[in-house]
Ligand binder design. Structure first.
Ligand code: S3P
Length: 445
């Protein structure tokens, strides 16, 4: 059942050509607002993602008494209130669709003097929160939920203490929630991960002057310091670039450059997977932007072959599997994904939604509990549902570039959570893609 009436009609367009610049990194944008709000002084954020998820986080901090100016699109000026300057909100705090927003906020709010309530949209309300509640409660927090699901009632006035916590699943969100609570805790907070995950919280805390001891797979800090405002220059989001990397790899005749993409090694697993499949992607002009490596990614069409995706790559490409599934369906031979059960608790069950979606377009794909087996297939037109999941919608739009007949993709409004302007950017470089707004009963299928 479709959650929003907005849908797309997609079909093979032209070979993809030109240069594109995708919006700012979602993970870094969330964290820039959060740390800016908790810092002493004024933080200027440039390259901020103007997506629904990150705007929801900014709105939450406004409700908590933080002044956030928007001098121009993709810019925020955050007037930090200091670690202890947040004010009790007068209403529930709405994180929208954003798991990152809710989980990281749980860590911050668990340490405040006041009570607060975190709520989210229908998708977020089904996502597991025990993974943050459990470690935060070990630190002394008190958080009530609906059997581990939002809304979260976060009790204030609790004195937190540091813990040593071994994460059962590799999750940067959980790690970050614990570290943020650790800012307020007495003593040392130490997190150990089963596989290294993105380290943006650690890096940004250090940039804001908080001593953090971290290396891949572990992070440690002590309570009792201060955050000092600093400017944050957000690089383009590798996860948004991923759709163009896959699209240009599978549409014959394509040659495309995706500019100034964030290249943190904990995010670029898809690049390694695509190269192992035979993709022709050049990393050019590597440089630093705001303390993060960025590069221009030059991609040319190349025939792909199926691979066994190495399990150790999974955390480094956790958000890119919907796009990888499309690459696999367009490749020659079999691709096997395993060790990726986390995909089942993202904005949708991404194994199931991609399996149903790609099958509707003629792909042979078999679900497994922790992944999928995908055979290279000849795709055809049809009707598919993104189940309100931004990355599913954009991935299915790529698949549609390989089919003659039209593909109708339902429930696409949430693309605005991470990639406002996707349709215009994609069309501009050759995608066959129409934003069809309200569905008309006589249209397609
Ligand atoms: C994120 C971490 C990942 C990722 C999400 C953003 C972050 O989630 O899927 O889109 O910003 O920390 P998990 O940490 O739950 O794997």
């Amino acid at each position: 059942m479709s959650g929003s009436s907005q849908h797309w009609i997609a079909s093979a367009g032209a070979p993809l050509r030109g240069r594109v610049r995708v919006p700012g990194d979602k993970s870094i944008s969330h964290r820039a607002v959060m740390l800016g709000a908790l810092a002493d002084g004024v933080t200027r954020v440039s390259g901020f993602l103007e997506g629904e998820d990150t705007r929801a986080t900014a709105r939450v901090f406004e409700q908590l008494g933080v002044l956030i100016e928007t001098p121009s699109a993709s810019e925020r000026i955050v007037h930090g209130v200091g670690l202890h300057g947040l004010r009790a909100p007068g209403a529930p705090l709405d994180c929208g669709n954003a798991g990152t927003g809710m989980r990281l906020l749980a860590g911050v709010l668990a340490a405040q003097a006041f009570d607060s309530v975190l709520v989210g949209d229908a998708s977020l309300s089904k996502r597991p929160m025990k993974r943050v509640i459990e470690p935060l409660e070990r630190m002394g927090a008190l958080i009530e939920s609906h059997d581990g699901l939002p809304p979260l009632q976060v009790r204030g006035g609790r004195a937190l203490h540091g813990v040593e916590y071994a994460l059962p699943v590799a999750s940067a969100q959980v790690k970050s929630a614990i570290l943020l609570a650790g800012l307020y805790a007495q003593g040392t907070t130490r997190v150990v991960e089963p596989h290294p995950t993105r380290d943006y919280t650690e890096r940004m805390l250090a940039a804001f002057g908080w001593p953090v001891d971290f290396s891949p797979g572990r992070a440690q800090l002590e309570g009792g310091h201060r955050l000092r405002a600093t400017d944050v220059d957000v690089p383009a989001d590798f996860s948004s670039a991923a759709f163009f990397l896959v699209a240009a790899s599978v549409v014959p005749g394509s040659e495309l450059c995706v500019d100034a993409v964030g290249m943190n090694p904990r995010r670029t697993g898809l690049l390694r997977a695509l190269r192992a499949m035979g993709a022709d992607i050049d990393v050019r002009n590597e440089r630093e932007q705001g303390g993060e490596g960025v590069a221009d990614l030059h991609v040319r069409y190349a025939p792909l072959r199926g691979i066994d995706v190495p399990v150790e790559l999974v955390p480094d490409m956790i958000d890119e599997f919907p796009a990888l599934f499309v690459a696999a369906a367009c490749a020659q031979g079999r691709t096997v994904v395993r060790g990726a059960a986390e995909l089942r608790v993202k904005e949708s069950d991404r194994i199931a939604t991609m399996a149903v979606g790609l099958r509707a377009l003629g792909a042979r794909i078999e679900e497994t509990p922790d992944g999928a087996i995908i055979e290279g297939s000849t795709l055809h037109g049809g009707a598919v549902d993104s189940h309100g999941d931004h990355r599913i919608a954009m991935s299915l739009a790529i698949a549609a570039q390989r089919v003659g007949g039209p593909v109708r993709i339902d429930d696409v409004a949430n693309v605005a959570t991470s990639f406002p302007g996707f349709v215009a950017l994609a069309r501009g470089c050759g995608f066959g893609l129409d934003d069809a707004g309200e569905p008309a009963s006589d249209q397609l299928v």
